[in-house]
Design a protein around this ligand. Structure first.
Ligand SMILES: O=c1ccn([C@@H]2O[C@H](COP(=O)(O)OP(=O)(O)O[C@H]3O[C@H](CO)[C@@H](O)[C@H](O)[C@H]3O)[C@@H](O)[C@H]2O)c(=O)[nH]1
Ligand SMILES: [Mn+2]
Length: 376
């Protein structure tokens, strides 16, 4: 039975993290999640990604710190380094839900986790790096404007010992490690993919019951390249730590390939016509059918929501341009952050301000090429 006043919530502040949010949302659907799926976004997220997110999530909610109440504004101005942190705290403002489970956009759900709604605020799993602290990638919370205000006050008064949300939340919910064992989520609800090997007999014993994998750390699944023929990520340069990690990465990419890429179908042509001269949303280097896009959405899992595209808050940028390039060939799929094309005026201003890209397009070799072309 679907419960409509409870929700799974994630956050994506840019088009790259949206790719993670999409896979997470799809993984929740594949596991027949019975609560609403909500994604918080910020103004940077492009229109295209908003539309795509709305195909997987029940609600796409834009949060804009600077537009919010004064006290948020104040907290933000006093501690600008806490930007993304304060954005995550926004989940406490979702007061149309009575209870929620927050999941980082770099998590992947492997089996149904609806039972997390039996827990109360504030429940989280230990952090693998310092188990007396919880990891803030998966937590159970109760939306409340009062709590939200207190959290912001805490941020303004004390900052965060790690400069981000995990430090702040740990010092705010400081009795977590001692007060109530029910608030300790088992590690299987937030298994960090890259630490699984530090206690490998435990992983052997309990690994098969893992419910949520968290790709914590600087290298995310979307930073790898994937071979759709073999169904595995390409190891070059990324130094994969171990077999478990590889199999979780392959799972992430399998969902991306079969359920997320097809959502971009139909937008490719539109994009090409809408913005001539711009790179298309999806660059087709090979046959797209070769990457399994023939499967209609959703490839797995039930359709539970109708997509009401009118409800999607439009990007204030008012443009089509998204910040992500998907490159596909028969043997390789990759997700790249787009190198922003500047207008000639912007280029000139950059030069005049002394911001010169000596290694890139302003490198001597590039300038020489231009001169040669001009002289020919
Ligand atoms: O540019 C960004 C960065 C982060 N996020 C969101 O914030 C989450 C946390 O960032 P992430 O890159 O996943 O951090 P972790 O590598 O998981 O590092 C740890 O440290 C973070 C900062 O304290 C905590 O938020 C995490 O939960 C904790 O696992 C992401 O999953 C996203 O949902 C964005 O939307 N855009
Ligand atoms: Mn994370």
């Amino acid at each position: 039975m679907p419960v409509s006043d409870q929700a799974f919530v994630t956050l994506a502040t840019n088009d790259i993290y949206c790719q993670g949010a999409l896979v997470l949302g799809q993984s929740l659907r594949n596991q027949r999640a019975t609560r609403r799926l909500v994604v918080l976004i910020t103004p940077q997220v492009s229109n295209l990604l908003r539309v795509i997110l709305s195909k997987v999530f029940d609600e796409v909610i834009e949060v804009n710190l600077m537009d919010s109440a004064d006290y948020i504004h104040l907290a933000f101005l006093k501690r600008p380094e806490l930007g993304v942190t304060l954005t995550k705290l926004h989940c406490w403002t979702l007061t149309h839900y009575s209870k929620c489970v927050f999941l980082d956009a770099d998590t992947l759900v492997l089996s149904n986790i609806d039972e997390l709604f039996d827990r109360t605020e504030f429940s989280a799993a230990p952090d693998p790096g310092w188990p007396d602290c919880f990891n803030s990638g998966v937590f159970v919370f109760q939306p409340s404007l009062e709590t939200h205000g207190l959290l912001l006050q805490h941020a303004t008064d004390h900052g965060s010992f790690d400069g981000a949300d995990q430090g702040l939340l740990n010092s705010f919910f400081s009795s977590w490690s001692t007060a109530d064992i029910h608030k300790h989520l088992p590690f299987i609800y937030n298994l960090s993919s890259n630490t699984a090997y530090t206690y490998s007999p435990a992983f052997k014993r309990f690994g098969s019951s893992v419910k949520v994998v968290h790709f914590l750390g600087p290298t995310k699944p979307w930073n790898y390249k994937y071979n759709p023929q073999t169904g595995s990520v390409l190891e070059e340069g990324s130094g994969l730590a171990n077999q478990h990690q590889t199999s979780f990465l392959n799972l992430w990419w399998k969902i991306y390939q079969h359920s997320i890429l097809p959502l971009y179908e139909g937008f490719r042509d539109e994009e090409e016509h809408a913005s001539p001269g711009h790179t298309a949303a999806v660059e087709e280097l090979g046959a797209i059918s070769a990457v399994g896009s023939s499967q209609p959405w959703p490839a797995e899992g039930p359709v539970e929501q109708t997509v009401v595209t009118d409800d999607i808050p439009p990007s204030p940028k008012g443009s089509h341009a998204e910040d992500v390039d998907l490159a596909m060939s028969v043997f390789e799929i990759s997700i790249e952050e787009k190198v922003k094309e500047l207008s000639p005026e912007e280029e000139r201003r950059k030069w005049e301000e002394g911001r010169i890209d000596y290694m890139g397009k302003d490198a001597f070799a590039r300038i020489q090429e231009k001169l040669d072309r001009f002289l020919q």
